[in-house]
Ligand binder design. Structure first.
Ligand SMILES: N[C@@H](CCC[C@H](N)C(=O)O)C(=O)O
Length: 327
């Protein structure tokens, strides 16, 4: 069988986008999980942090489903939603859409370039919940706000938040960021454990200057990625709650894959976060796959988006220069 794909990324968090809108024979969920495991493998002909399935929606302009590279389905994907926003806006000829996700219909729109010539999109990150039951995190308390979790660390202070996928966030210094603390802790809470039965995305955050932070994330179902959009959004919120950054103000969020901007909105007791950043295409192609063995996928008719790659590399150079000033 042949599957048309777009290889894309949001801040270096890379995905395979598959359009299932109007599909005559949509995949089963078992096939979606198997396909993610097969073609996201960095040993495969494609490789990626996950697959974005774009589908019809009965009550929104389109629907996004995200399958991690281990085949697990997540409730949300911020970097992926920007790629889906670009694809759906271009397909439907619109600049603003509503995209259905597992737990919410979210606003997306094309916005001013984050770097000249780089397609940039604003996506809504919500709902936001600090209730531990919404992650879930099994502790005998309702929330974890900038406090210790002795089972995980004697020193670090954590905040737990669902946006709506689960995130555990710690503000750390450069020395902790450079250590293996994050990897060890992340592996512990993403294998069978009593605290996080569904696993959790773990982010270490370094404060750079006012309204400028660096975020590195070990993603549930993937491992370390260049960036995690929901994690960068949640980390921006935490930086407003505990570290003096400002709601209703653009927070520049740097990561190993580039940068995004986040704006935290807190209105009538409800929190929403705008995540603003690139939706970059790397290439289009057709995958020739054996429906009985997805791992045999071959890439055909590959067409590169060379100019986009070169522009994004210039943004990354700018980010590297900025981050070097904090070493
Ligand atoms: N990288 C995504 C998050 C993808 C899902 C996450 N790994 C999870 O399982 O919750 C993003 O950009 O938010």
């Amino acid at each position: 069988m042949k599957i048309d794909i777009i290889k894309c990324h949001g801040s270096g968090n890379d995905f395979i986008l598959i359009d299932e809108m109007n599909a005559m024979l949509p995949f089963t969920d078992e096939e979606r999980a198997s396909l993610a495991i097969a073609i996201c493998s960095r040993d495969s002909a494609v490789g990626g942090d996950g697959i974005l399935f774009v589908q019809d929606s009965p009550h929104a302009d389109a629907k996004m489903r995200i399958f991690n590279s281990d085949g697990s389905e997540a409730s949300m994907c911020g970097n992926g939603l920007r790629c889906v926003a670009r694809y759906a806006c271009e397909k439907l000829g619109r600049h603003k859409l509503v995209i259905e996700t597992m737990k919410a219909d979210l606003e997306v729109e094309k916005t001013e370039d984050i770097f000249e010539g780089i397609p940039t999109f604003r996506v809504e990150i919500s709902p936001v919940s600090f209730q531990l039951s919404d992650l879930p995190l099994h502790l005998d308390q309702d929330a974890v706000f900038n406090e210790k979790i002795p089972q995980l660390s004697e020193d670090l202070l954590f905040t737990a938040v669902a946006v709506p996928n689960p995130h555990l966030i710690a503000i750390v210094d450069e020395a902790v960021l450079a250590s293996d603390v994050q990897e060890t802790l992340s592996i512990k809470v993403n294998k069978p454990n009593t605290l996080f039965p569904d696993g959790v995305n773990v982010s270490f955050v370094r404060l750079l200057e006012k309204n400028h932070i660096f975020v590195r994330t070990f993603e549930r179902g993937v491992g370390f990625t260049n960036a995690c959009g929901t994690a960068m959004s949640a980390s921006s919120l935490v930086s407003c709650l505990h570290e003096g950054n400002e709601p209703e103000t653009e927070i520049s969020v740097y990561n190993n894959g580039g940068k995004v901007k986040c704006v935290v909105h807190q209105i009538d007791g409800e929190t929403k976060i705008d995540l603003i950043g690139n939706g970059t295409y790397e290439y289009t192609a057709s995958l020739q796959v054996d429906p009985e063995d997805f791992s045999s996928a071959a890439v055909l008719d590959k067409e590169e988006f060379q100019e986009e790659k070169e522009l994004y590399a210039m943004l990354q150079d700018e980010v590297t220069a900025y981050l070097t000033s904090f070493k």
